[in-house]
Design a binder for this molecule. Structure first.
Ligand code: FAD
Length: 320
């Protein structure tokens, strides 16, 4: 019996969200009195054994060229072989894009109950009850998983990453990897930017910025803070910014440590994608803007006056 944690990679590097999943899975294993183990698909450029500091004792690695690119169908079929062979009782994913694609498929294949978007460790005192976000983070639900094998995907930023000590044993796993049904012919990567879904800090702009020509100040602050840039939906719809920056109910849901919203009203559909941010700072000239209700810190003022001052202050602080 074990808790098996999926270690998600991008271009052979372990994603930050995987570390959260590892810590969550290891804490759960401790709670259940069983070992925590990891699973990696494809090659890795990172020192996988070092992930032992997050509580895993063993990492099963399936090496195959077809697994070096994410393929939800293929990954599901391989993980479905690893689960029974390792005797895993709970499989933990991050509820990121990859986790959202694999976990439901695996759930159907293994007939395993799935709780997607967990925000806390399960209550195992009587059964197995997982607390998760529902209605775009406006409420919580408690899901009881009654199946023998259980699957949990953890909301990004919901569980703290704490490193201890330890080294994991890397154990090759011989799985049947069939020919992928999907062939990756090209990868067009946005380069030189912090990926939005992984960013610790996000600087975001809305229609209050009046036009795409004014995004220089957003990008400048983002660069100084090593942050990603984001935007509200209308901004992407009118092509001021690319669609991959659109956050909210119909865009990307993010949970950075710091979300700075500039000239964004704070409509519920926008909040749905950002309300799990640890700290929210709002800059808006309208003191009645709904976003202030969700903000930890707010500045009532014209973005065109406030932003240059903030940029100047951050630059001074960095040079101090
Ligand atoms: C089904 C559905 C799904 C949706 N999904 C999304 C979604 O995923 N994401 C999303 O963002 N929206 C979504 N929307 C749209 C959403 O309802 C809002 O219309 C949108 O978020 C508003 O964008 P905004 O705040 O940039 O613009 P506005 O509502 O126009 O707000 C602009 C804000 O800027 C402020 N402002 C103006 N000038 C300045 C200045 N000089 N300095 C400082 N502040 C200034 C104004 O006071 C105002 O608060 C969705 C809507 C629907 C119906």
């Amino acid at each position: 019996m074990s808790v098996l944690i999926f270690i998600d990679q991008a271009e052979g590097h372990v994603k930050k969200s995987s570390l959260e999943a590892l810590c969550y899975g290891s804490a759960l294993a401790k709670q259940m009195g069983i070992p925590a183990e990891g699973i990696v698909l494809g090659s890795s450029k990172d020192d996988l054994a070092a992930l032992g500091v997050y509580g895993v004792t063993t990492i099963h690695q399936v090496q195959n060229d077809s697994l070096n690119h994410f393929d939800a169908q293929l990954y599901t079929r391989v993980i479905a072989q690893v689960v029974p062979a390792t005797g895993a009782k709970v499989i933990v994913f991050s509820n990121n894009t990859d986790g959202k694609a694999i976990a439901p498929r695996l759930s159907a294949r293994l007939q395993a109950g799935l709780a997607a978007g967990a925000v806390a460790l399960p209550d195992t005192s009587a059964g197995f009850v997982v607390k998760k976000n529902v209605f775009s983070g406006k409420a919580f639900a408690k899901i009881a998983l009654n199946t023998d094998v259980k699957i949990i995907s953890v909301s990004p930023n919901a569980y703290q990453t704490i490193a201890g000590t330890g080294t994991a044993a890397i154990v090759p796993f011989n799985a049947t990897v069939d020919t992928p049904k999907i062939k990756v012919t090209a990868i067009n990567k946005v380069s030189g930017e912090v990926p939005l879904s992984e960013a610790e800090i996000v600087v975001s702009g809305g229609r209050g910025l009046k036009g795409p020509e004014n995004w220089g100040m957003i990008e400048e602050l983002a660069k100084l803070l090593h942050a990603a840039t984001a935007c509200s939906r209308p901004v992407a719809d009118i092509h001021w910014r690319p669609h991959h920056e659109h956050v909210g109910q119909t865009g990307l849901a993010i949970a950075p440590n710091l979300y700075i919203a500039i000239g964004i009203s704070g409509a519920i559909q926008h909040l749905a994608g950002v309300n799990r941010s640890k700290v929210i700072v709002v800059i808006n000239k309208d003191p009645e803007a709904p976003f202030f209700k969700a903000a930890d810190y707010g500045i009532v003022g014209d973005a065109f006056e406030v932003m240059p001052k903030i940029i100047e202050a951050v630059r001074k602080l960095k040079n101090a």
